[in-house]
Design a protein around this ligand. Structure first.
Ligand SMILES: [Zn+2]
Length: 91
């Protein structure tokens, strides 16, 4: 089981999982993005053009489910994502 982690572009290991917002949840992305499909549930997701090139791209919901399954604290993951998002938003 791969644990979702928050990573910066350029630091992505080959087995990294990219957690993306669902298009259903975020009508328009804040950064230039392309549409893709979640590798977990096939939901439509936004993938930022600046994203690292990783094998798996999944939606935020699947990332939280995978964190739970891996025994990580999904609350922590969600908080990290929100914090990363808040930082992006501050600029
Ligand atoms: Zn999904």
């Amino acid at each position: 089981m791969v644990t979702p982690k928050i990573i910066k572009a350029g630091e992505a290991p080959a087995d990294a999982v990219l957690a993306c917002y669902r298009i259903a949840d975020v009508a328009s992305p804040r950064v230039p993005s392309v549409q893709a499909r979640c590798d977990g549930c096939d939901a439509r997701i936004w993938v930022a053009l600046s994203s690292p090139n990783v094998r798996r791209k999944i939606c935020l919901q699947c990332a939280i489910e995978e964190a739970k399954a891996a025994g990580d604290d999904p609350t922590l993951l969600a908080t990290e994502i929100q914090m990363a998002d808040a930082k992006k938003h501050a600029h």
